[in-house]
Design a protein around this ligand. Structure first.
Ligand code: XMP
Length: 627
């Protein structure tokens, strides 16, 4: 079978590249460059090589690299982001250390190269299109034999192509006055500073199609084939044992459960849903009903909210919250196994982990940690080491999981539910206390000067992902009557790119008048805050469904933060509707004014709610969840 090698330099999207290639019908294998003992030999059987992005700088000592001899293999190579910088650096070009950076949307312009000559990488791609950037460092000079094939406003070398010098000599010798015809005499090495793998790069898929055409790889990969391979892998891993599966009611664990049942038979898979007290309103009952309806019989629900809430009583740090929730999950699961008289030696733990959970928890050799997903806490990692955990979906993205769900004939209502994180409302209620940055006045003044909009830095912080690294920074709230979301998107992107202290922009929905000062106070995960978050979430979802907007949004976290005007001590509800394909990148969803007005009106009536904000940041630079 023809295949493509993806060298993983730790980028958040390295695995997404493999997903894209697979979706185009060609098998892609992810390889860790440091693990290659003899790269030129090991890469010989691949049709093409893709170098992924990564969180480091190629200029840093110890940054991951690969033997430049791979560029002499005369195989098509595509370097993406860090991958582009690495190939430029390795072949004699120059990379400059980051000043600011560029995160999010940008306009890609193909270079005009005379006589209508277009790079093969850009066949059937228009002169201008949207491309998604997420980088700090940038290329400032190309190696010999390379030329620019596209730019953006902030990045001259947004895409390049070339040949290594050895190949150039071959071209010259064989020329005899005629244009070269064989494949390797044409440019074989390509690089893009932007990310063609993310759904928000308009012609990303076409770029990969063009690259695959250059490699001449034949199509042979399908989801059916995945199912066949995975079912036999599960059977081999589990053997004569059984699987105890934690089910959350979300898409991933339901599909994981169904796949395990398909592989092992109904009697050998037991589902347990743990109500940790951080679920949505009526979630446990509704999930139970819909899973039963879908045919899952071996399923039990236990309410352990007391345990979880006691363990979280004094925890305010978001990472610590995730760790505690993960640990209590395991404890409760062990207790349940004992109560049900299961012998732990005969049982494995099943989890519906999907790929983004792994990569954001720094699950690959070169990746930076964005956050620890609850199913990647150290205790689970230790069990994984001992081969005691089955994760049938660990290599897939949400869109692929939904496709597997369809193949397994799960009901649409279950497959199309909005994703809900394992730690639930626990990571949607900001705790602790946070000072505003020292540069607050400067930031607010500059926003006003540039956009004539009043902006206020909020005294809380949330997590973000910038240039493949984790950021933990402040939001800015905008006060304006404008609901021109394209313009507001521009303001948000500019603001986050300009100020490193800021990683999100929100729009105040309940007022256009900015208060003189925003304050915060030390808060914890109390029952009354959880109830408030639950009620706010229920209001938002009810209106979303009644206005037939549920399927127009991919996910809709509703977040609570202690932010208030001088001495009022109320809470802010932050709406975070997004659209995405696989959660690795996302656009904030553009919802109608009538919906936003109705939701704001209802939320402002809740006791303790003082402000309603709408998050208008894309991912990157902000993550979907706030913690
Ligand atoms: P972020 O916030 O990283 O989220 O953009 C990406 C997707 O992952 C979900 N998410 C989680 N899911 N356990 C989960 O099962 C977790 O700890 C967790 N954290 C984030 C998030 O809701 C989004 O769909």
């Amino acid at each position: 079978m023809d295949k493509i090698a993806v060298l993983d330099f730790g980028g958040q999207y390295a695995h997404l590249i493999a997903n894209r290639i697979r979706r185009l019908g060609v098998l892609a294998e992810i390889l860790i460059p440091q693990d290659l003992v003899d790269p030129t030999t090991e890469l010989k059987n691949f049709r093409g090589i893709i170098l992924s992005g990564g969180p480091q700088s190629v200029l840093e000592k110890g940054a991951p690299t690969v033997d430049p001899a791979i560029f002499e293999l005369k195989k098509p190579v595509l370097g993406i982001c860090y991958g582009l910088q690495l190939l430029v650096h390795s072949l004699g070009g120059k990379v400059k250390k980051a000043g600011g950076g560029e995160f999010g949307k940008s306009t890609l312009r193909l270079a005009s190269r005379g006589q209508g000559r277009k790079s093969k990488l850009f066949t059937e791609i228009p002169k201008t299109s949207t491309a998604w950037m997420s980088h700090g460092d940038e290329v400032i000079a190309l190696p010999d034999g390379f030329e620019k094939i596209a730019s953006t406003e902030n990045c001259e070398f947004a895409a390049i192509e070339g040949i290594v010098s050895g190949e150039q000599r071959v071209v010259k010798k064989n020329k005899k006055g005629k244009l070269p015809t064989t494949n390797y005499q044409l440019p074989t090495i390509f690089g893009t500073q932007f990310h063609p793998e993310v759904a928000h790069t308009e012609f990303g898929e076409k770029i990969f199609k063009n690259f695959l055409k250059i490699t001449a790889a034949k199509k042979s990969w399908t989801i059916d084939q995945f199912l066949k391979i995975e079912i036999s892998r599960i059977k081999k891993q589990v053997g004569k044992r059984k699987v105890f599966m934690l089910v959350s009611g979300g898409v991933d664990s339901a599909v994981g459960f169904a796949l395990l049942e398909r592989a092992l038979g109904k009697k050998n898979v037991f589902g347990l849903m743990i109500d940790h007290g951080l679920l949505r309103k009526n979630e446990a009952e509704e999930v139970h009903k819909s899973l039963k309806k879908a045919g899952f019989e071996n399923l039990k629900i236990i309410n352990e909210s007391g345990h979880f809430l006691a363990a979280l009583k004094n925890i305010t740090d978001p990472e610590e919250k995730r760790r505690v929730i993960g640990r209590v999950f395991l404890k409760v699961q062990r207790k349940a196994l004992k109560r049900l008289r299961f012998n732990p030696r005969e049982w494995l733990l099943g989890q519906g982990t999907i790929y983004p959970d792994t990569i954001e928890s720094a699950g690959t050799a070169n990746a930076d940690k964005i956050k620890t997903h609850h199913n990647r806490v150290p205790e689970i990692e230790a069990m994984i080491e001992k081969n005691l955990v089955v994760e049938p979906l660990a290599q897939l993205y949400k869109d692929e999981v939904r496709e597997v769900g369809k193949k397994l004939k799960l009901p649409k209502s279950l497959i199309n539910r909005h994703p809900f994180p394992g730690p639930g409302l626990g990571v949607r209620i900001l705790c602790g206390e946070s000072e505003k940055p020292k540069t607050t006045n400067k930031i607010e003044t500059e926003i006003h000067r540039k956009w004539k909009i009043k902006g206020k830095v909020l005294p809380v912080r949330s997590v973000g992902v910038q240039g493949d690294s984790r950021s933990y920074a402040h939001p800015v709230a905008l006060f304006t009557t404008s609901r021109d979301f394209e313009k507001l998107d521009e303001v948000a992107t500019w603001t986050v790119n300009k100020f490193s202290e800021i990683n999100r922009v929100v729009l105040c929905l309940n007022s256009v008048k900015a208060p003189r000062i925003f304050q915060t106070r030390f808060t914890k995960l109390t029952c009354s805050r959880i109830d408030l978050a639950r009620e706010a979430d229920a209001i938002v979802n009810k209106i979303l469904i009644s206005k037939k907007l549920y399927s127009k949004v991919w996910q809709f976290p509703v977040v609570l933060a202690s932010v208030f005007e001088f001495e009022k001590e109320g809470e802010a509800v932050i709406l975070r509707p997004i659209n995405s394909e696989e959660a690795m990148t996302a656009n904030f969803a553009r919802l109608p004014k009538s919906f936003l007005n109705e939701v704001t009106k209802k939320l402002m009536k809740l006791d303790g709610v003082e402000n309603v904000f709408l998050d208008i940041t894309n991912k990157p630079p902000a993550t979907i969840e706030w913690e």
